[in-house]
Structure formats: structure tokens, C-alpha cells
Design a protein around this ligand. Structure first.
Ligand code: CO
Length: 134
């Protein structure tokens, strides 16, 4: 069901410093800062040949990643995003298996303008999973 790994999201305490680590130390191509108010984050994309890394920082204390940063003040891996061809069919199959879709259970438009849902980390080995329709 799942296809390519689309991105790995890392919540960071300082976006500019984080981008510099990826650019200067690791020699990666990084984007400008994108502000996504509807997701409560500022975000920098790191472009790798086979995947993206998303560096996330909360816009304010209502952001969905605010409490994560409080618990992980030096930053940490937040979620993995897998691509699926049919998001509704995937959700149906997962719900039949007892997996929990977060929020109101309906897809939202994600950071790339495509429908996404998040799955409960307790159902997936302690890892928050985002599914993105491709
Ligand atoms: Co994501």
C-alpha cells in the first residue's frame, strides 16, 4: 500500500541554525523559509536525491509541534511521510485494522498542496506517520 518515502520531518529549535547545519556541514541543498500558518509551522525543505527532509519550527504556542519542541528542546525526528496512491482506500484499510487516524479523521491539505492524514504513533511502533496522496 505505501509507496515512496516522501519526507522525514524534524522539529528544530532554530530554523536558520538547522538549515546551516544541513547546508554548511552536510552540503545539502536547502530552501528558503516557508511559512505555513494553516499548519502552525515555519518550514525549510532539504532536497535530497531520493527524499526530502523538512525542518519544522512552531509559529506560536498553538502550533501542533510546540509541545514536541518543549519535550525535545534540542530538536528531534517528528514524523515520516509515505506516499499512497489512494488516500481514502488506504484509510479504509487501516481503520479496518484498528489503526487510528488523528484529528477529525478527514484528510487535510499538506505542506505540498496534496491531501494528507496522520496516523497515531502508538499504532505504528512509536512513529507518527503521515500519508500523502500522490
Ligand atoms: Co510532513
Amino acid at each position: 500500500m505505501i509507496g515512496r518515502l516522501n519526507h522525514i520531518a524534524i522539529v528544530v529549535p532554530d530554523l536558520v541554525a538547522a538549515a546551516d547545519i544541513y547546508k554548511a556541514s552536510l552540503g545539502a541543498v536547502v530552501s528558503e523559509v516557508n511559512v505555513l500558518p494553516e499548519h502552525g509551522v515555519r518550514l525549510i525543505f532539504v532536497e535530497l536525491p531520493n527524499c526530502k527532509i523538512e525542518l519544522l519550527h512552531p509559529i506560536d504556542n498553538t502550533s501542533p509541534v510546540f509541545s514536541f519542541l518543549e519535550k525535545n528542546p534540542s530538536g528531534g525526528m517528528h514524523h515520516l511521510c509515505y506516499e499512497v496512491e489512494d488516500l481514502y482506500a488506504s484509510m479504509k484499510r487501516l481503520k479496518m485494522d484498528g489503526a487510528r487516524v488523528l484529528g477529525d479523521g478527514r484528510p487535510k491539505i499538506g505542506a505540498h498542496g496534496k491531501p494528507v492524514v496522520f496516523l497515531h504513533p502508538k499504532d505504528f511502533l512509536g512513529t507518527l506517520i503521515e500519508l500523502e496522496q500522490v
